[in-house]
Design a protein around this ligand. Structure first.
Ligand code: ADP
Ligand code: MG
Ligand code: MG
Length: 880
């Protein structure tokens, strides 16, 4: 006996997604719960994979099983496939386990040929309808299966419409449709060298093959690559009897969301197209009417539809994205799936559904993708300032973007990749534009509704999109678009507001985001659940305040080098570096002290009562000096202009110093605690600034805790020496003021050796913070700046690494070292505080690893704090 490759809708259910694909499994589920679904069956993804393995050969038994299932449909519908009097028509649909919108093609009205079309006409008494179905079928089949360009067929339609002065294709009468079909057949014959297949079983067979084959088409491959979908899932094929939306004004087709996928509001949201079939809505050819129109036009159907939507939400306990058709006043459900939504809607629906008793708090937390909520922390257009918009379309995907206008996806990709901000402007987008959309800041289309390709894809990617902006007229040839008298050329800058649908000329001012009420709620729930504390990497009081507002409980990394860089300080820093001896250096450092103290005071105060980790100076000193080549040029110019010798000499001295400080490998050079050991007065000054700031705060009654961090330690003795310096500074000050301060001294762990000897370092260090940027560089031997530009892309492509190790923590390598360090440190000092402050501290996957390692906190940039809070909660929920 052969494997079971075919499942009737009655035989499947939701949890069979990997076998039946999302579409097949949910059609089965809807059938099971008694919703009106046209009968059908699904051929498994396993069959697809076998077919591709067998070099495009059906596995044994597949076609027999399909024909057997078709008989069941015939019984249910009382129609017969290929019958000249009462023909059964079906759709052939693709569906992978993971939804890939628009990636695979659907064929409608299959089963029509020169004879069955007569039967359909007679049976329905509607010749026009029958021939409309037939010409659609030939058109789709020719395009999807025979791979003929659809424009050849579109041209025929356009020509007939012109001849008839018709606006819509449903205005073309039966006779003309017949002539068109003849022309279609001629095109097929001319292009392919054979006649359009009349045998319905043959039609079915090659359609199934085409769907299987489409798993390997270029756009599907690109989509999978972008979305990290494995290549070996395969697609299922669903064969389903047709429901006809093109049977007149009491028929039509639509798509809807059970809640607004843009805002999350609890309201039916969707579009309906009267007297139309399937693809017409999604293709954005005619702009459809809002779903509420259905209420006016077909109130009974609308009521049934609302009822069905409620049933679906209660059953799936989630927002549903629905496709449906109305045939002569009767509703048919054709698809449902959990709807893609914007971050805003994801947060709102999750929180609302808890209030509605539909889901638990834990489920709500797991439903929102931490990476996606990043969108909510993006900037918005400042609505306080009055900006004239030149056009207004549909607000299809929220957020705001500015960029150069480009009319072509290839160009958008090219410029986007080069770091330019671009806005892709098209009449409508198709799956072939995906690569351009990826690189665009925002999308503007002149046609199509809220569920058009552009809208769906943009929402999925979290990009602003304005679509159906009909007042703009695009001229691809001259590379410009018009709105009334305004001409916008390729390369001109425009701005889009995806929240309002406004299109504006030039770059407009944006404002910082704020958290919505629902977002705050979700983050509060996160805090109840998570084990990890979340801190921020912040170097200024402003960043510290922002971080606190976003829920940071402390600063995990405050870098002090930025404080050295500001214009009024840099000259003093340079004097310090160029100092001949220690006395001269200390003199310069004394001048820096008040600045540092003021910085620390501000930051510690902004974060009070939470702790602040302050890292002592880390980068090599030459970073504070002018660039070598620039200086060389300057000197040459001075000489040329015969400037005063003395001035030239000064510059030449500086050049010498730069030369003497230059290193062949700065990343592994004279930096971190090595600086502190060669120039202890620098760290002493910094310690003094910290303690004086803390003393002032204490006097003012402001709680303050600091963690003083010595960078780049690889051995206990380095740490001991510097710790002693710091403690000496403290004791001197304390003797003067009599005020005790609350601080600890620890180290950043960023070298493999430090991990290995962590037990020793922990004898003296009171805390560890993993600097995973440098730890990744030193463990893999990759220099980050070189690696990311030069060979990481190749490594990813060749699958040597799964992710960029600087974005997602390398658990196996770097992670193992961290594990050793944690275990050893805890063996020495049971309650040692351990956190992470590398870029990884804001990455959900890496945060999960930190949770599993039992770290105390993660630290990330202020804008990632909400992401980290949610990710930390999910890490605990997923690993309970
Ligand atoms: P996609 O994955 O691109 O959404 P579908 O298989 O869902 O492709 O088909 C696209 C559209 O074709 C559907 O939204 C629906 O309107 C129409 N369609 C598919 N099957 C049928 C059917 N059996 N009867 C009527 N319309 C159908
Ligand atoms: Mg499609
Ligand atoms: Mg669909």
């Amino acid at each position: 006996m052969s494997n079971k490759y075919v499942y009737l809708f009655e035989e499947g259910k939701t949890n069979m997604v990997s076998l039946l694909g999302g579409k097949g499994a949910n059609l089965a589920e809807m059938t099971r719960i008694g919703l009106p679904v046209p009968p059908g069956f699904t051929i498994t993804t396993e069959a697809c994979n076998k077919y591709l393995e067998l070099n495009q050969e059906f596995p044994t038994g597949l076609m027999d099983q399909a024909l057997e299932a078709l008989k069941t449909i015939e019984t249910k519908t009382g129609k017969k496939f290929g019958d000249r009097d009462n023909p059964l028509l079906v759709s052939v649909r693709s569906g992978a386990a993971i939804s890939m919108p628009g990636m695979m093609d659907t064929i409608l009205n299959l089963g029509l040929n020169d004879e069955t079309v007569l039967g359909l006409a007679k049976l329905t008494g509607d010749e026009r309808f029958a021939y409309d179905c037939y010409r659609r079928f030939i058109q789709m089949f020719s395009n999807v299966v025979l791979e003929l360009d659809h424009s050849m067929f579109d041209d025929v339609v356009e020509r007939y419409k012109r001849k008839l002065s018709a606006i819509f294709d449903y205005e073309i009468p039966a006779n003309e449709l017949k002539q068109m079909i003849q022309e279609y057949n001629e095109i097929v014959k001319r292009e392919k060298g054979f006649d359009f297949p009349q045998d319905v079983n043959e039609q079915l067979k090659i359609s199934i093959q085409a769907v299987f084959g489409s798993w390997k088409n270029q756009r599907a491959i690109v989509y999978r690559r972008i979305n990290k979908i494995p290549d070996d899932l395969g697609t299922a094929v669903t064969v389903q009897s047709m429901a006809f939306g093109n049977m007149g004004s009491d028929s039509g087709t639509g798509v809807a969301f059970t809640r607004n996928p843009s805002t999350g509001e609890k309201e039916l949201y969707g579009e309906f197209l009267v007297n139309a079939q399937g693809e017409d809505v999604v293709a954005g050819i005619r702009t459809p009417t809002p779903i509420s129109k259905l209420q006016e036009e077909l109130p009974n159907v609308y009521e049934q539809f609302v009822d069905t939507c409620n049933k679906l939400e209660i059953h799936y306990r989630d927002l549903q994205d629905i496709e449906f058709t109305v045939e002569k006043g009767k509703l048919y459900m054709l698809q449902t799936r959990n709807g893609k939504r914007t971050a805003k809607a994801a947060v709102k629906t999750a929180v609302d559904m808890v209030a509605e008793g539909l889901i638990t708090k834990e489920e709500a937390l797991l439903r929102v993708d931490p990476e996606q909520i990043n969108q909510l922390l993006h900037r918005q257009i400042n609505t306080e300032i009055k900006i004239d918009s030149i056009a207004k379309g549909l607000p299809a995907s929220p957020g705001a973007a500015s960029g150069k206008v480009l009319f072509n996806a290839d160009l958008a990709e090219k410029y986007g990749e080069a770091g330019e901000k671009v806005i892709l402007v098209k009449a409508e987008t198709s799956p072939d534009d995906i690569h351009g959309i990826v690189y665009a800041q925002g999308i503007l289309t002149s046609r199509g509704g809220m569920t058009s390709h552009a809208a769906v894809v943009a929402r999925g990617m979290g990009k602003p999109c304005v679509c159906g902006c009909e007042s703009i007229k695009i001229d691809y040839k001259s590379k410009e678009f018009f709105v009334d008298d305004t001409v916008v050329k390729e390369g001109d800058i425009i701005s889009l507001d995806g929240n309002t649908g406004n299109v504006m000329l030039g770059e407009v001012e944006m404002i910082e985001p704020t958290l919505s009420k629902e977002f705050e709620t979700l983050l509060e729930w996160s805090d109840e659940v998570k084990k990890l504390e979340v801190r921020a990497n912040a170097d200024t009081p402003e960043d510290a305040a922002k971080a606190k507002e976003f829920g940071a409980h402390g600063i995990g990394l405050c870098r002090t080098e930025h404080m050295f860089m500001s214009p009024e300080r840099l000259p003093i820093v340079q004097v310090m570096i160029l100092a001949e001896d220690q006395v001269a250096r200390e003199y310069a450092l004394d001048q820096l002290l008040p600045f540092q103290k003021e910085d620390f005071y501000g930051i510690i105060k902004a974060m009070s009562p939470h702790p602040v980790t302050i890292r002592l100076l880390d980068p090599p000193l030459h970073e504070f000096l002018p660039d070598h080549d620039t200086l060389l040029l300057e000197i040459a110019e001075m000489k040329h202009n015969k400037v005063d010798e003395k001035l030239i000499n000064e510059k030449e001295e500086l050049l010498k110093k730069i030369n003497s400080l230059s290193e062949s490998n700065p990343m592994l050079g004279h930096r971190g605690c090595r600086l502190g050991l060669t120039y202890p007065e620098i760290y002493r000054m910094q310690a003094k600034a910290i303690f004086e700031a803390m003393t002032d705060l204490t006097k003012e009654g402001i709680n303050n805790i600091t963690e003083i961090e010595i960078p780049l330690v690889m051995d206990l003795s380095e740490f001991e020496l510097l710790k002693q310096e710091i403690l000496t500074v403290y004791e001197e000050l304390q003797q003067k003021t009599g005020i005790e301060l609350n601080f600890v001294i620890g180290t950043m762990i960023e070298l493999p050796r430090a991990c290995i000897v962590a037990d020793e370092i922990a004898q003296e260090a009171e805390f560890f913070s993993f600097g995973t940027n440098d730890l990744t560089q030193t463990t893999l031997g990759f220099s980050r700046d070189d690696a990311e530009g030069k060979f990481i892309p190749t490594y990813l492509e060749k699958k040597i690494i799964k992710e960029n190790p600087f974005a997602v923590l390398d658990r196996q390598g770097v992670g193992s070292l961290m594990k050793i360090a944690v275990e050893k440190a805890k063996a020495t000092r049971e309650n040692i505080l351990i956190g992470i402050c590398g870029e990884h501290g804001g990455d959900p996957n890496s945060i999960e690893f930190c949770h599993l390692l039992g770290l105390d906190y993660v630290s990330c940039s202020p804008y990632r704090i909400p992401v980290a809070r949610l990710a930390a909660a999910q890490a605990n929920l997923k690993n309970k």
